[in-house]
Design a protein around this ligand. Structure first.
Ligand code: SAH
Ligand code: SF4
Length: 358
């Protein structure tokens, strides 16, 4: 894949325009169009000379992501099917006024205006996913390809434009395993975070991984305060192997070590996602194993109700069980909350994105 013009800094842009015989200050104009105005074509760059635009169209084509379908839920969230330049399809969801964001509650910062609802975007990192988790609609698709950084950022831009507001939180919880597309995902979230780009605070950008340990070690070394969520779903090795077969090579003790490292390096609370499946991972013994796994680390457990997917034999745990778990975790000194899934009526919940047309 060729380099995208959106991934270049001011210096590199200046070199390009200079190469076309133009003054270096044009780089600043270009940068503004690309990252502040997020234009999707060079023709929108009205203060850039036509001759330069024509050269750029030729040598540095812009990727175009188009919303081909948009479903609105009765709770205000919207699911989008986005078609990429090569015709591949991904889904992303915009969720309004969630309490905090989908990871764990964080205080609002000064960039966030308390008087207006907040917009959280759940974005995809891959077309499909190679991990094949038993309960996941994306997993049954297999991996088609990685998304580029542009394509990841485009999802945020498309949804922000559609809601007509700034995006407050981003969760990489759509299709795909972010740490299997590490470089593009990091480049994308850096651009979202940049003041010259979308200006979303690092503490409001969360990557959710199924538990790819080398990704966790790398992520711990990134200088920004991005947040980490890990899909655990069971602290019992055999159960986890059944649910997430491709992760059996990265057993729980290895995962726990990686999380301890992250905790030490970053000192940031890790979100542990635990989707509750009746009769599979919701027994008292499983709860004791979860408490054991979490003990001694700064974590926040997010209990997710399972969203039934077509043809699946899994059932969500009872509300009573989920609330009991939340209470018992808290009593054991482990902060826990229940995620209320938005967009049920549009099958818009994160992790339930199949990317199929129609
Ligand atoms: N691949 C990453 C991120 C995408 S999945 C990961 O697995 O963490 C985002 C979250 O949705 C994960 O916690 C995933 O386990 C969960 N999920 C997948 N299918 C789901 C379903 N049918 N109902 C509820 N959550 C689901
Ligand atoms: Fe991939 Fe995450 Fe779905 Fe597992 S849960 S198949 S890792 S998207």
């Amino acid at each position: 894949m060729t380099t995208s013009i959106r991934s270049l800094d001011m210096e590199a842009l200046a070199d390009i325009v200079e190469g076309y015989g133009q003054p270096r200050y044009r780089a600043k104009q270009l940068h503004e169009w690309l990252h502040t105005h997020n234009v999707s074509s060079y023709d929108e760059m009205t203060n850039v000379p036509k001759s330069l635009r024509e050269k750029l169209i030729e040598d540095w084509p812009l990727t175009t992501s188009i919303v081909t379908e948009r479903l609105e839920s009765s709770d205000g969230s919207r699911k989008y099917l986005i078609e990429l330049s090569d015709g591949a399809l991904v889904e992303a969801v915009g969720i309004v006024d969630d309490d905090g964001d989908l990871a764990s509650p964080e205080p609002k910062d000064d960039k966030q205006d308390a008087s207006r609802p907040r917009l959280t975007v759940c974005a995809s990192s891959q077309v499909g996913c190679a991990m094949g988790c038993a309960f996941c609609a994306t997993g049954s698709q297999g991996l088609e390809r990685n998304l580029t950084a542009d394509e990841i950022v485009d999802q945020i831009i498309c949804i922000g434009k559609d809601f007509g507001t700034r995006v407050d939180n981003v969760v990489m919880m759509g299709q795909g395993e972010p740490f299997q597309n590490y470089d593009a995902v990091i480049e994308a979230i850096r651009r979202m975070n940049s003041d010259k780009g979308l200006g979303i605070g690092a503490r409001h950008i969360t990557i959710s991984t199924a538990g790819i340990t080398d990704g966790i070690y790398r992520f711990a070394e990134e200088p920004e305060q991005f947040r980490l969520a890990v899909s655990l779903h069971s602290a019992d090795q055999a159960t986890r192997n059944d649910l997430m077969p491709r992760l059996s090579g990265q057993p729980l003790r290895k995962l726990r070590k990686a999380l301890e490292f992250y905790d030490e390096e970053k000192g940031r609370r890790i979100t542990v996602e635990y989707m509750m499946l009746e009769g599979v991972n919701d027994s008292n013994e499983q709860l004791a194993q979860l408490i054991d796994f979490c003990r001694g680390m700064r974590v926040h457990v997010n209990l997710l109700p399972f969203n039934a997917i077509e043809g699946s034999s899994f059932k969500p745990s009872r509300h009573k069980t989920i609330s009991e778990w939340a209470r018992k975790l808290s009593e054991s000194g482990i902060p826990a909350s229940i995620r209320h899934s938005k967009g049920q009526d549009i099958a818009g919940a994160c992790g339930q994105l199949a990317g199929k047309r129609g």
